[in-house]
Design a binder for this molecule. Structure first.
Ligand SMILES: Cc1ncc(COP(=O)(O)O)c(C=O)c1O
Length: 447
């Protein structure tokens, strides 16, 4: 008799790495799980000779590493048995108090009881989607939207409806229209996912005067808002913008992160949710991880207690502003007239739209050969739009490398334009320059 506890024999390799002999056993939801365009790029773009304007890695070289190292050593020495033990599913109580202090900078008055600590804000997007969305539910997103969130929505088999943005962020009339269209079709919208500040990838910020209107539209339509705000404290000139959550406690779930204001490797983020939702999130967190990593939470907490974190954020802002200036300066100096882009007032990203007729994804292999990388716009749409656009990140390379990267990119674009000219598919070279627009497709409906 065969031993039921013996592991099943591993399927024999056919010699090809492309055949997956488990293919007929995966759950239907895995069909939505595909490698993002960013992921495929990382391997190539991380070669030292390539200027990567692709990834959104924060530049943490300015952190006070000696001081952090002393704080971590103290943590292990004096509180190691707590810091390396299981913890609460909701997250460390002291850290949750500190998180409330951080959110106060954006006008949010919250109780630590309503905060759930997560493994980066990425896990918060996952948990919120897990507790709200059944297959076929609709999630409304900006156009374009954060690729990591689109991946989550896809994995939970949601239908994404994109809504237009302009230079002032999400367009209220377009949001109203999209919600009405979906609801008229008898479909359920579970939430509007929005990144109001220094948008990834569009670089734009939701204008203060639009914020109450967006809240009002969602309140009227009885639709939750999922406010994802990892870059809110990284504005270059302004005081932090007032969070949507600051003016609406019941209808907004707010997500925050220490990835950009401290360091992403600790993987500490959070969700602030209405009380009942918070309870469901904790249950979901417990089933996903038992508890968020105690050591990481204690490390972030010790950093906030012992270091000048506000001063550190100020110096991050100055560093990123210098890089933004390098990026937009180089674009203004070198880009062909028919390309256009926005000038971000914070965060990490510029959204560039190519001269008509060019396709960013098709151009990418040539760009990598010329040792520059970017993310094609199509990565940020669930519906195939964005082919004329690309996201350029200025957060990681030095200003000199950014300029060199733009020089190489312009070389590739000019070659492409030359080819089109030679083969008689010339384009209309006249076009707007440096306008702030984040969408090159129509605002979508359910089709
Ligand atoms: C808009 C947005 N949301 C969420 C995340 C996830 O951040 P983390 O999980 O590191 O907190 C990112 C990361 O780049 C982001 O840009």
């Amino acid at each position: 008799m065969s031993d039921p506890f013996r592991p099943a024999p591993r399927p024999r390799s056919s010699g090809s790495t492309r055949l997956d002999s488990y293919v007929d056993r995966y759950a239907a939801r895995t069909q939505g799980m595909t490698a993002s365009e960013i992921r495929a790029l990382f391997a190539v773009a991380s070669r030292p000779e390539v200027v990567s304007l692709a990834g959104g890695m924060p530049n943490i070289s300015g952190l006070p590493l000696d001081a952090v190292s002393d704080a971590l050593a103290d943590l292990v020495r004096h509180r190691g048995t707590v810091a390396m033990q299981y913890g609460s599913g909701q997250g460390d109580p002291h850290l949750r108090e500190q998180i409330c202090d951080v959110m106060r900078l954006e006008g949010i008055e919250a109780h630590p009881d309503d905060v759930v600590v997560t493994v980066g804000s990425q896990q918060a997007v996952d948990l919120v989607t897990r507790i709200f969305c059944d297959p076929g539910d609709v999630v409304v997103c900006e156009a374009p939207s954060y690729v990591g969130a689109l991946g989550v929505f896809k994995a939970y088999q949601c239908d994404v409806v994109h809504v237009e943005m302009d230079e002032h962020g999400l367009v209220p009339s377009a949001l109203r229209q999209a919600i009405a269209t979906v609801q008229a079709a008898g479909r359920r919208i579970k939430f509007v996912y929005t990144i109001p500040n220094y948008h990834n990838p569009a670089g734009v910020t939701l204008a203060p005067e639009r914020r109450p209107e967006i809240l009002e539209i969602c309140r009227e339509a009885d639709v939750l808002v999922l406010e994802d705000n990892p870059y809110g404290l990284l504005g270059f000139d302004d005081e932090p913008h007032r969070a949507l959550r600051a003016d609406e406690a019941d209808g907004v779930i707010y997500l925050g992160s220490f990835s950009k204001t401290f360091a992403p490797g600790f993987r500490v983020g959070w969700a602030l949710a209405p009380h009942a939702v918070r309870e469901k999130l904790v249950l979901a967190q417990e089933s996903a991880t038992l508890c968020p990593p105690t050591f990481s939470q204690q490390a972030v907490s010790a950093y906030l207690d012992t270091q000048d974190w506000r001063g550190q954020i100020k110096s991050f802002r100055e560093m990123y502003r210098e890089r933004r200036d390098a990026m937009v300066g180089a674009l203004s100096d070198m880009m062909p007239a028919a390309a256009h882009w926005n000038v971000p007032t914070g965060g990490f990203y510029v959204w560039l739209t190519l001269p008509p007729g060019l396709d960013a994804k098709a151009m990418l292999p040539r760009a990598v050969t010329q040792r520059v990388a970017f993310v094609p716009g199509t990565a940020f749409f669930a519906d195939g739009f964005g082919s004329r656009s690309m996201r350029l990140s200025y957060c990681y390379p030095t200003p000199e490398r950014i300029r060199e990267g733009v020089r190489r990119l312009v070389g590739v674009i000019e070659e492409e334009l030359e080819l089109r000219h030679t083969f008689g598919t010339d384009i209309d070279a006249a076009g707007p320059r440096a306008v702030n627009r984040g969408y090159d497709g129509p605002s979508s409906d359910l089709t």
